[in-house]
Design a protein around this ligand. Structure first.
Ligand code: 5GP
Ligand code: MG
Length: 188
């Protein structure tokens, strides 16, 4: 059998039960804001694949309103890189966003470029409203081309500037299935 991946984790930053409690609270907040602000009882949720897969799966199950999922694929860390190589979005339409209340989900907000690019793309479809939620936000300076109004509307946790994996976040495609979020040990 393959060696246990948990052995590669040097330090757990956020454990599974802390994540579950926070995601449930985010869901309640989002649901009540949407209802108060827009009276929306229908929502289109746009998770940014692949990192937001696990977060989206948990968060949408806390949302009580009718919703549809429209997946979008973005990549900025191809292969084993741990520094951003610029955002690439998947081509093609994102389904019916025109006139819809849209909630964009991502795993982590770092330079801000991914969310800014996704927001731009969604805005082209003339949605009724756009909100953004991320599980993690890195305490770093945003990219100079990312304006402060790109900060996400909902943030699960602020994390230090370290490369984290687990709960959907990968390194070279691995570790997405770890239930906790942690920092990788030095490999040689
Ligand atoms: P940004 O465009 O804000 O710089 O980066 C956001 C994207 O980069 C996220 O969607 C995520 O996929 C990836 N990313 C940023 N920081 C990390 C990290 O610490 N760990 C992992 N696994 N991915 C990250
Ligand atoms: Mg991503």
């Amino acid at each position: 059998m393959a060696p246990l991946q948990s052995g590669d984790i040097e330090r757990i930053l956020i454990d599974r039960s802390t994540i579950a409690t926070r995601v449930a609270a985010m869901g309640e907040e989002i649901a009540s804001d949407l209802e108060l602000a827009t009276g929306a009882d229908r929502l289109v949720v746009v998770p940014v694949m692949t990192g937001a897969l696990v977060f989206a799966a948990d968060l949408v199950r806390t949302l009580p309103m009718r919703l549809r999922l429209e997946l979008l694929e973005a990549s900025s860390y191809p292969g084993a890189s741990t520094t951003s190589q610029g955002v690439t979005l998947s081509e093609g339409p994102v389904g019916e966003l025109t006139g819809a209340h849209v909630l964009i989900l991502d795993d982590i907000f770092d330079s801000g470029r991914t969310l800014a690019a996704v927001k731009r793309l969604v805005a082209e479809h003339n949605p009724a409203s756009v909100r953004t939620a991320v599980l993690l936000r890195k305490l770093v300076e945003r990219a100079p081309d990312v304006s402060p109004d790109m900060e996400p509307d909902y943030v699960g946790f602020d994390v230090p500037n370290e490369f984290v994996v687990g709960y959907g976040l990968d390194h070279d495609g691995w570790y997405r299935n770890l239930p906790d979020i942690g920092v990788l040990g030095q490999s040689d």
